[in-house]
Design a protein around this ligand. Sequence first.
Ligand SMILES: *Cc1c(COP(=O)(O)O)cnc(C)c1O
Length: 396
Amino acid sequence: MSKLALFGGAPIRQKPFARWPVFDDTERRAVLDVLESGVWGGYSPTVSQFEQAFAARHGARFGVSAANGTVTLEAALLAAGIQPGDEVIVPPITFIATATAVLRVGAVPVFVDIESAAYNMEPRRVSEAITPATRAIIPVHFGGHAADMDAILEIARQHNLVVIEDAAHAHGASWKNRPVGSLGDLGSFSFQQSKNMTAGEGGILITNDEDLAAKARAVTNQGRRQGGAWYEHPTLGTNYRLTGWQAAVLLAQLARLPEQMKIRSHNAALLSNALARTGILVPPAMDSRVTAHGLYLYMLRLNTSALPGISAEHFVKALTAEGIPGASMYPHPIYVNKVFESFPHKRLACPEAERFCRECFWVSHEILLAEENDLPDFVRAVEKIGDSVSALASIG
Ligand SMILES: *Cc1c(COP(=O)(O)O)cnc(C)c1O
């Protein structure tokens, strides 16, 4: 039995995996074209070209780009008319922005538990959380696996609620062959450095509702209206515009997405087969209604009976030491963050979310872009850790 790298043993792997982000002369040329055009800001024609291309790829008529995937959520809530004091149902297993965007517009995030297969918002818990103050639901397609949109849209229809999909993990993903982001009233995407399409920063809202698109545009563009004069500002907005540079890079990244999705899904299938055989980790679920998985996070659950005394945090530390990059986990559901002490919010019981933080971790999508013959190192590292459970458990 070889010594874990965490305790000074030789790591399984010393070579890096695939590099992220992926770029080449296409991105270089695109940025230079914007440079030469002299129109660098949010009014660059490249911005509207990207908005249209991204929206069309995701089954939506309108795209409104923005500085990042946090302000897109704020803009979506404002466009949908969410008022201070309104309740907005969110999952506790997500990035903080899903809930802080709700706080930023003065509304009240209501945390409901996740389900245990794909770690998305559990629709039954959503139903239980509805009160006369509920106005909206923000499902997150966690890791790129679509939330149960059939159930969520049905609940929204019954209670007349707005559905804002947080699709920051789910570029190109689909639910029953319909692209996520276009199933609810508005869909929000992020192009932050780590996301499956990136320009370093950036975001976009997509929608099929012309009125919501116009309102979201007004929020992100200083309260201007389409066709209005430059110094005419009928509504309250701010400047959340994406730049021409980012749009140029994102057009190139969008073109890469289909091929990258194929590679990720091929490698995920290989890895899931191999990891299932180890008996140490439970590979990610795939609901049969998910017709394309975004695979932003490759989710893993510890098989706790094979790993007594080991937490997800232990496993991530050990895996990272073995030279496997991109492993991470949430130390706690987001409602534990101190920020919520200062703002009204609600929380239903979330035992699955708490269990998630003890038992689940992920590796980020770059590893799925690795060469096929790199993947066995991942599996060997997992097996090595599985062979040293008692040593690892001792770190407490
Ligand atoms: C990344 C992310 C966001 C925010 O995106 P930024 O572009 O970083 O502001 C929102 N929601 C989720 C689930 C995310 O992962």
